[in-house]
Structure formats: structure tokens, C-alpha cells
Write a protein that binds this ligand. Structure first.
Ligand code: SF4
Length: 360
């Protein structure tokens, strides 16, 4: 490749020496347990190490192996994931664990084709698990590695997984035949600690001799930040209380935040006031009329594509709501710790707990 410094052994030596001296001691790096590496890689998709650490240690305590995960009810799985977002990841872990127990005797298959067929095993997770646990010869391209290679090669534009083939071709001469696990870990760690999205530490970088962006002084503009179409949404929820219990309902099993629980309510429609939306939603969802409502709190939460402002109203109904046994429950605040809620609802629950605790 024209202009590419292809001194492979020096590239690998410098990278691996840097990793040996500087890598973080993370709990999933203690051994090469396929299950714990799989769980950590799934959690780390779209999520930072700092955010993952407490979830990971709780998860391993609650579901220490594939068998215990496969036997757990979905509600417990989602509760353990509450706050990490992208809940489909947790559902896929659960589904895949059942298949691994039923078809593979509880062991993760080591063949790419077999592993890649399991729920949640796209090219990234499959390559990461096979390389980090079994040293199989697959390069791993996560957001950190994608950024490093774009800078090394000097590729302009946004980071887009669709262009990974070009990046993998660039990486190929440097990729080792053996010990691929530690090489992949080193690349990911270098991206997290040195080749950071903003203000990369190029003077400390073991790969600066190989880096086109550094030579051109373009490391701050490669890759370009993603343009986001960030929507703002307003939603209303009803806090309906009876004998110390609150009415909650289960979200549909498809779509956004599927299978999580929430307070009754929904999004406002164009031109509608918050109170009008509240009355309409309660009529539609519970076939009930609101007698009186009082705004308790407004909370905000940002998801990847939108930001929601959630207005919680304490409501009295004119008559008992229409309940569906499988989708509605009267639950105490204490009992809510058994149900998985989206982060916005969890903020309302914390508010209710503080309010009720404060009155005692
Ligand atoms: S020299 Fe700078 S931009 Fe290039 S790989 Fe190293 S940290 Fe990243």
C-alpha cells in the first residue's frame, strides 16, 4: 500500500508494550471466561466502561453463568439491565443463553458461523468473543478502533461501519497470526485512553509513526462528529394511587422500551395541552375519566435519538380503571424494585420515594 508504513513487527511490539504498561485492570479481564467476556462486550456496546462497571458486577453476582441466565425470567433480566439502555441487548443475551444451554451443552460455540447465528451476535460481538477468549484470527472493530484506523490511514468523513472493509484492509498487514485477543484488546484500549475522540494524546501514542492524521495535523477533525437529528418529545403520565399502591402497566413487547413497565400515559399530540393529553391517554388506556389532577414533577431524559420531558400528574379517577391482568398491576413503591422501568419513570419513582419518606 503506497505510503503506508508496513513495519509490522515494530507496530505490534510498540502497541503490545504500551498495553502491557498502561491497560486498566477491569473485572472481565481477570481471566478468559467466554461467558463474562461475552456479557462485558454486550454491555460495552454503546456504553462507557465507567457506566458498565457497577452493572457488570451486579450481573455476574445475579447470573454467574450461562445456566443461571438461561433459567431467569425476562423481567429479572430487564430489571438487572435497567438504566443501561438498548434493552434488546439484554433480551438477546437471554435468548442466546437458552439456545447455548439447549443446543451446545452450555458452552459458547467456537465456530464463527455457529456463534454468528445466535441472537445478538453480529460481526462485532462474534469477532470479539472468538478473539478475546479463544485467540481466533478475527480483528475487532468497535468505535474506538474505527477511530484509530481512520486516523492512521487519514480517512476523512464520519465514522461509518459501512466503510469498515477499507479499514480492515489497512489493518491487515499489522494484524498478528497468534495472540489476537491481546492485540484486539490493545487497539480498543488505545482508542479509549490515548486516541480519544477529542484531544488525543498523540505525543504519548505508540503508533504515531504510523499515523497519517498526526502527520497532517488532522487528528482533531478525523472522524467528523455525527450529525444528530435530535427530537424533543413531551409526554404525560398519571400517578394513580389506591390503598398505598400505584397503578403501573407493561409496555408492548415490540418497539421502543419493549416489555418495560411504566405509569399510564403517553406522548402529547400537536396542539394539545398537557392536561388534554393526560385525559385522552387515560381514557384510551384505562377507559376512565380523570376527576382531578395535580402536576407533581417534570423529569427529563435523553435517549439516542430524542429527549423526553415527562410530566407526572397525581390523578383521581371518577371510577375504577379498566385493568388487564397481564398488563396492569397495583404495586407499592417498595414492590416496584421488582419491575424494570425506563430511566424517565425511574426518576419519578425516586421522587415519589423521597416525598413519601419525607412525610414519615
Ligand atoms: S498519533 Fe494521535 S491520532 Fe494518531 S493514532 Fe496516535 S493518538 Fe490517534
Amino acid at each position: 500500500m503506497e505510503g503506508q508504513n508496513t513495519d509490522t513487527s515494530s507496530f505490534q511490539r510498540k502497541l503490545l508494550l504500551w498495553y502491557k504498561q498502561h491497560h486498566r485492570k477491569l473485572p472481565w479481564r481477570k481471566d478468559r471466561n467466554p461467558y463474562t467476556i461475552w456479557v462485558s462486550e454486550v454491555m460495552l456496546q454503546q456504553t462507557t466502561v465507567q457506566a458498565v462497571l457497577p452493572y457488570y458486577s451486579e450481573w455476574i453476582k445475579t447470573f454467574p453463568d450461562i445456566q443461571s441466565l438461561s433459567q431467569a425470567p425476562l423481567r429479572r433480566i430487564l430489571k438487572a439491565w435497567q438504566g443501561l439502555g438498548y434493552y434488546q441487548r439484554a433480551k438477546n443475551l437471554h435468548k442466546a443463553s437458552k439456545i447455548i444451554v439447549d443446543k451446545f451443552n452450555g458452552r459458547l460455540p467456537q465456530e464463527y458461523k455457529e456463534l454468528n447465528k445466535l441472537p445478538g451476535f453480529g460481526p462485532y460481538i462474534t469477532a470479539a468473543v472468538l478473539s478475546l477468549t479463544f485467540d481466533k484470527p478475527f480483528p475487532v472493530v468497535d468505535a474506538n478502533v474505527r477511530r484509530i484506523i481512520m486516523r492512521l490511514k487519514g480517512v476523512r468523513g464520519e465514522a461509518d461501519p459501512k466503510n469498515d472493509k477499507v479499514l480492515l484492509d489497512f489493518l491487515a498487514p499489522y494484524f498478528p497470526q497468534k495472540r489476537t485477543g491481546v492485540f484486539n484488546q490493545a487497539m480498543m484500549e488505545l482508542g479509549a485512553l490515548v486516541c480519544r475522540p477529542k484531544n488525543p494524546y498523540c505525543l504519548l501514542c505508540p503508533l504515531s509513526d504510523y499515523c497519517q492524521a498526526y502527520k497532517d495535523g488532522k487528528q482533531e477533525v478525523i472522524p467528523l462528529p455525527k450529525k444528530r437529528n435530535y427530537r424533543k418529545i413531551e409526554a404525560v403520565v398519571a400517578i394513580i394511587r389506591k390503598n398505598g399502591r400505584f397503578l403501573i402497566q407493561k409496555r408492548p413487547s415490540r418497539g421502543l422500551l419493549a416489555d418495560l413497565w411504566e405509569f399510564p400515559g403517553g406522548k402529547t399530540k400537536p396542539g394539545e395541552t398537557l392536561e388534554e393529553a393526560l385525559h385522552r391517554e387515560i381514557k384510551e388506556e384505562l377507559h376512565a375519566e380523570i376527576q382531578s389532577e395535580k402536576l407533581l414533577i417534570r423529569v427529563q431524559h435523553s435517549y439516542t435519538q430524542f429527549q423526553v420531558s415527562l410530566y407526572a400528574y397525581e390523578c383521581c379517577l371518577k371510577k375504577a380503571p379498566h385493568m388487564n391482568k397481564s398488563h396492569h398491576r397495583w404495586v407499592t413503591l417498595q414492590g416496584m424494585r421488582l419491575y424494570p422501568f425506563p430511566s424517565g419513570s425511574a426518576k419519578i419513582i425516586r421522587f415519589l420515594q423521597q416525598r413519601i419518606e419525607g412525610k414519615k
